[in-house]
Design a protein around this ligand. Structure first.
Ligand code: ADP
Ligand code: TYD
Length: 217
């Protein structure tokens, strides 16, 4: 974990990159604001963002990705095109300036949804990842893990019209969940699996402990 020199009043160092992941309805959006508030209360300069999106172009690509039917490989490449722009225009400059970046989803989501959920060839995912962000991964990823039937119930209860991904069936989300857990097993130091089938306050306490650990590392 990089030092948080700006917060501690030491020499400014590279910022920390934290991502949130999980299937739709896992509850990550509800917790991101709390983490950002916690970090800001500690004097850390935080840029909160999301994928797909995070830049004007990325948000336009998000609209297409969430609503326009397309080939699986088009979908994967557009996710990485939006990410390339996001890294160049926002993430890299922020981290280089010592700001922290808290992002709702990153490349683990492409592994989970496009490789796990849709069946994109792994080598194609790996090639895109190596092209778009060689040597860069989040410093910490909080993976919200939840059975798909419970997550689907939560999504339905919001009353918001489901997008192209949210309309997928349970077996799709079983594969997405499995791919996320596989990715977590490959990078256990970086990806912390959170049992999201608990009350929000309990999850929040656990996340605050993990982030506090990151702060003191
Ligand atoms: N731990 C939780 N227990 C029960 N309901 C939750 C929990 N966390 C979030 N929710 C509810 O589930 C819905 C989806 O949560 P949200 O944070 O938008 O999920 P995500 O961003 O992971 O798709 C919202 O209505 C939210 O209030
Ligand atoms: C970043 C990313 C998102 N997605 C999908 C997951 C989500 O269904 C959708 C939008 O993400 P998000 O806004 O996080 O959805 P929600 O808040 O409802 O959980 O995009 C991918 O399929 N691949 C990706 O690389």
């Amino acid at each position: 974990m990089p030092t948080h020199g700006a917060a501690a009043g030491k020499t400014r160092s590279r910022g920390c990159f934290i991502t949130f992941e999980g299937i739709d309805g896992a509850g990550k959006s509800s917790q991101i604001a709390a983490v950002v508030a916690l970090l800001r209360a500690r004097g850390i300069d935080v840029d909160q963002s999301r994928e797909p999106g995070g830049t004007p172009l990325g948000e336009r690509l998000r609209e297409l990705l969430l609503h326009e039917p397309m080939h699986l490989e088009t979908e994967a490449m557009l996710m990485f095109a939006a990410r390339r722009e996001h890294l160049a225009a926002r993430i890299e400059p922020a981290l280089a300036a010592g700001r922290w970046v808290v992002c709702d989803r990153f490349s683990d989501a492409t592994f989970a949804y496009q490789v796990g959920g849709r069946g994109l060839a792994r080598e194609k995912f790996e090639a895109l990842e190596a092209w778009v962000h060689p040597g860069l991964q989040p410093d910490l990823t909080l993976l919200f893990d939840l059975p798909p039937d419970i997550a689907a119930g939560r999504v339905a209860s919001t009353g918001v019209d489901p997008d192209r991904f949210e309309r997928e069936q349970r077996d799709f989300f079983e594969r997405v969940r499995g791919a996320y857990l596989e990715r977590a097993r490959q990078a256990p130091q970086r990806i912390r699996v959170i049992d999201a089938n608990r009350p929000p306050e309990v999850i929040r306490t656990e996340i605050e402990r993990i982030v506090a650990e990151a702060l003191s590392a």
